[in-house]
Design a protein around this ligand. Structure first.
Ligand SMILES: C[S@@+](CC[C@H](N)C(=O)[O-])C[C@H]1O[C@@H](n2cnc3c(N)ncnc32)[C@H](O)[C@@H]1O
Length: 256
């Protein structure tokens, strides 16, 4: 999938907040090797560098557009192409950090233990993933997909929510962890602009569906999605829009 980095960064302040909350729960004082997996445009990699200025920090991402933006915005930081599904740390890392990326991969039952194995004994795995997939911002994608001549193209792309219940990850990680910190937060994001929830989703979850269509079909599907989302998240009297968004956080220390 291609990314429009400007669209994604439109809400950079709201998207950065969970990254900071996740970082705040990693009790590593002086890690040697830190990886930011699914680093995107690199703005979170910069936060990791500010937290641990003496560490070797590497941002990894499969998207050429994201890495181009990361290198342009953060020329002193190191970024490489990698796919989390196959990436192996050599040698193992002291902090494996991933903000808002691993929900793009499936088979978490295999992925999460494998990623935790890339962490050195005593090191940290820290992950944040959206868990907003049953909210209208996301269910409206399926509803709009079924409601037009684009149905045959889009319906096969629909899938179950990628992020599981918190207990699923607790069961997976606890055999390898001597410390587990798992929580959820629903951020009540107050957004500005016309139909900002649609603009938000257009930067992420809606993208592959739009990319699968052309011309009138693309415009028609986007209009159908925007109409549903605007009705589900009406503006407040002052014109701003409240967009509740649930996120899951996992911090695990690998047994020594
Ligand atoms: C919503 S962005 C988050 C970027 C960054 N972590 C942040 O917090 O701003 C999701 C990122 O996950 C990356 N991603 C998608 N599939 C991936 C995969 N298989 N392996 C690693 N990263 C992946 C995308 O390329 C994208 O940069």
């Amino acid at each position: 999938m291609t990314w429009d980095t400007s669209q994604y960064l439109k809400f950079a302040d709201h998207r950065l907040r969970p990254a900071i909350d996740l970082l705040g729960r990693i009790a590593a004082d002086a890690p040697g090797r830190v990886v930011d997996l699914g680093c995107g445009a690199g703005n979170v990699t910069a936060l990791l560098t500010a937290r641990w200025p003496d560490a070797g920090i590497l941002g990894l991402d499969p998207s050429p557009e994201m890495l181009e933006r990361a290198r342009a915005d953060h020329p002193t930081l190191a970024f490489e192409v990698a796919d989390a599904a196959s990436w192996k740390a050599e040698p193992s890392v002291d902090v494996l950090y991933s903000n808002a990326a691993l929900h793009w991969l499936d088979d978490h039952a295999t992925l999460f233990p494998r990623l935790f194995e890339q962490v050195a004994p005593g090191g940290w795995l820290a992950v944040q993933m959206p868990r907003n997939f049953t909210a209208p911002s996301h269910t409206s994608v399926a509803a709009a997909a079924a409601d037009g001549p684009w149905k045959a193209t889009l319906e096969p792309m629909l899938s179950d929510p990628p992020t599981h219940e918190p207990g699923f990850y607790v069961d997976l990680l606890s055999p390898m962890a001597d410390l587990l910190d798992v929580w959820e937060t629903e951020y009540i994001q107050i957004l500005e602009g016309e139909n900002p929830v649609a603009e938000w989703t257009k930067g992420t979850w809606l993208r592959p569906f739009l990319a699968a269509l052309d011309g009138d079909a693309r415009d028609g599907f986007e209009a159908a999605y925007r109409k549903r989302v605007r009705a589900a998240y009406p503006p407040m009297p002052d014109g701003r829009t409240a967009f509740p968004f649930r996120r899951l956080f996992l911090v695990a220390r690998r047994k020594a």
